[in-house]
Design a protein around this ligand. Structure first.
Ligand code: CTP
Length: 339
């Protein structure tokens, strides 16, 4: 599908289990076909009935859609077998799906009712990524070398990076991507963040592995954005071989997860740890804030320019602790569902 249509409200639904860039790429492509995008999320019970139990529950799966910048509205309990009445209730004219056939428990096409009335649109499914692939990496300890991507190769994927750096309408470039180099930060994808920031402006800076992109990560970013609505959030992403533990997602996948998240204004690839180096000075603006990046944060102001984020339960030192807990928790859940 190409071409631009105005005042088109579209519907996309799915399980969105273990949200990954294949899901967000489908959402982005759907958004580019219209103006408003409503995302329906299936219930745990329906997914279990038609396909097998999801790893994440409905709230966690909805949170992923809520925090995705291209989504206008999220509808929980959307039927697994597409129902025109639901789409019409949300005033959508077409349903959008990836170009793979989704079937129900009886083996019938889930979108047959939309196809019958020509209210079905297709976008390209993203190769090389799936919930199963990610679960395999978590459970089987796939060697990092088989999926790792180095910072020097990241621009091989310039096209998808540019599309994910787009604004909430899925069109013009919005989020800045920087690469750390010893002589400073190089802007590899120019968004509007660098123009927006005034010399005296502060940002919230969170560096870390971002090994997975789970509810904890989303809630951390959401809490930061809600606590400091005027401060842009800049995220530093360690290179695959510099993460404090083996990342489940590679550098490209981790970058894409952050770019699609509506709270992120800029991403810095391969920075040194902010504990040892003042990365923010490299942005050539006076940033005063450095935060400890952990889950479910309690945020408090240390002084005029410094904000501290700590775990509600126990203070922790850096994001790798969150990642470790996140990976372990997910692994346990998958194993318990397999029994
Ligand atoms: N999708 C995609 N590319 C992928 C995975 C999913 O374009 N690699 C699209 C699907 O075609 C669908 C939407 O994302 O339009 C939501 O799909 P969902 O039901 O959540 O996922 P699955 O198709 O089951 O894929 P996965 O097993 O990876 O979750």
């Amino acid at each position: 599908m190409t071409g631009k249509s105005y005042n088109r409200r579209l519907w996309l639904d799915g399980c969105l289990d273990f949200f990954h860039y294949g899901h967000s790429n489908a959402i982005l492509q759907a958004k580019q076909l219209g103006d408003q995008l409503v995302v329906g999320v299936h219930s745990d019970e329906e997914i279990t009935l038609h396909k097998g139990p999801p790893v994440q529950n409905l709230s966690e799966r909805c949170l992923a859609a809520i925090t995705c910048k291209w989504v206008n509205e999220v509808v929980p309990y959307a039927p697994y077998v597409f129902d025109l009445a639901w789409m019409r209730k949300y005033k959508c004219q077409f349903v959008v799906h990836g170009d793979d056939v989704s079937t129900d428990a009886e083996g019938n096409d889930c979108y047959r009712h939309a196809k019958a009335v020509n209210q079905y649109l297709e976008v390209k499914r993203t190769d090389g990524i799936s919930t199963t692939e990610l679960l395999d990496r978590l459970l089987n300890s796939t060697p990092l070398s088989t999926y790792s991507i180095s910072p020097s190769n990241i621009m091989t994927y310039e096209s998808i990076l540019r599309s994910f750096a787009s604004a909430p309408n899925g069109r013009y470039l919005d989020v800045n991507i920087y690469m750390y180099t010893p002589s400073g930060l190089e802007e590899i994808i120019p968004g509007v963040f660098s123009n927006k920031v005034k010399l005296e402006k502060s940002v919230l800076y969170l560096d870390g592995n971002w090994s997975l992109f789970t509810g904890m990560h989303m809630k951390t970013l959401k809490a930061c954005a809600e606590t400091f609505p005027d401060l842009p959030i800049v995220v530093g992403l360690f290179a695959d071989d510099k993460c404090t533990e083996k990342p489940v997602l590679n550098l490209l996948e981790r970058t894409l997860n952050l770019l699609q998240c509506k709270y992120v204004s800029a991403v810095i690839i391969d920075p040194p740890s902010a504990k040892s180096y003042n990365i923010l000075e490299s942005l050539k603006v006076k940033f005063g804030s450095l935060i400890e990046d952990v889950s479910y944060p309690d945020i408090f102001v240390k002084d005029q320019n410094t904000y501290q984020v700590t775990l509600r339960e126990e203070p922790t030192e850096s994001f790798h602790i969150l990642d470790k807990q996140g990976s372990e928790a997910i692994k346990q859940r998958i194993l318990s569902k397999k029994q």
